[in-house]
Design a protein around this ligand. Structure first.
Ligand code: SF4
Length: 291
């Protein structure tokens, strides 16, 4: 496997080649550099970390806590049988061990049904899941200055390509290390923006985090799944494809006109919305009308 590029130890990570110690230093410094370069937050900010119990959110929660930031964990239980219940067990244990306050909010309590139950009427799990999850994350992060998510470089490159494939220009400026400040929205922050999925997985394994690496059973139905496979193939043949997508995207995003600032407020729940009624309220009444 070759030696570490910083010392004579055997490399445990390739491209860049690092031993365990130097890989951990490299990874943590990369996250800290993103926080500094993009002015993501300061020690004064009260930060909610959107956690799932998976490798990405556990990793960023750990690094921020260790670095002395004021963090609490916020988890959404969508109600996905044989999946979310397991990841939440890992998350609860992690938060207890690392003295992080955790709040869990569920679809069942907030919307009356688990995601599995809702899918008896609706076919696209990720659309339903995404709309309700974003709604709860925003509603339950209002007491915080920022909300951090564990989106990594792979997730963000996929998001850029998905929005291009669907000509969804309005959503392009969401693929950013920090979202714009919009009244009613807690600012979203992504400190793992430049860390690849492979790097995050290696960090989580080396730190011994008890996180499951199994995926959501609905992942194969997602458009994202196909984009992810295509980008992984590109990356295999053309190293650096994903990072290049994000670099070009960040350069171009300021030139693209989006309507993200023309936000109204839902007449039903008061949450920010592009229309008179927000997507979550529309979807909820649609689901309830099937009963
Ligand atoms: Fe939700 Fe789809 Fe992700 Fe599963 S794969 S957690 S259904 S968005």
């Amino acid at each position: 496997m070759g030696n570490c590029s910083k010392c004579k130890e055997k490399a445990i990570f390739l491209n860049p080649n690092f031993c365990k110690k130097h890989f951990i230093d490299y990874f943590e410094n990369k996250v800290k550099k993103t926080i500094k370069d993009y002015g993501l937050f300061s020690k004064k900010d009260k930060i909610a970390v959107a956690c799932s119990g998976g490798k990405d959110s556990t990793t960023i929660l750990f690094i921020l806590k260790k670095s002395g930031f004021n963090v609490e964990a916020l988890a959404i239980n969508e109600g996905i049988d044989s999946y979310r219940n397991h990841t939440l067990v890992d998350l609860k244990k992690f938060c207890k061990e690392n003295k992080v306050k955790l709040k869990v909010v569920s679809f069942k309590e907030e919307f009356g049904n688990t995601l599995d139950e809702m899918l008896k009427q609706r076919k696209n799990p990720c659309t339903v899941c995404g709309i309700f999850r974003r709604n709860l994350m925003n509603r339950y992060s209002k007491d915080y200055d920022k909300i951090v998510t564990g989106h990594n470089l792979d997730d963000e490159a996929q998001a850029v390509m998905m929005n291009l494939f669907t000509a969804n220009v309005d959503l392009l400026d969401k693929s950013n290390p920090k979202s714009k400040k919009i009244k009613g929205f807690t600012q979203r922050i992504k400190p793992l923006y430049f860390c690849s999925e492979k790097e995050v997985a290696a960090y989580a394994l080396l730190k011994g985090f008890e996180v499951g690496f199994t995926e959501c059973p609905y992942v194969h139905k997602a458009f994202r799944h196909d984009v992810r496979s295509a980008l992984n193939n590109f990356e295999e043949e053309h190293k650096g494809t994903k990072l290049n997508i994000l670099k070009k995207h960040l350069k171009n995003i300021s030139k693209i006109k989006t309507s993200s600032e023309s936000i109204a407020y839902c007449s039903e729940c008061g949450e920010p919305s592009r229309g008179k009624i927000c997507k979550a309220c529309k979807l909820l009444s649609e689901i309830q009308s099937f009963k």
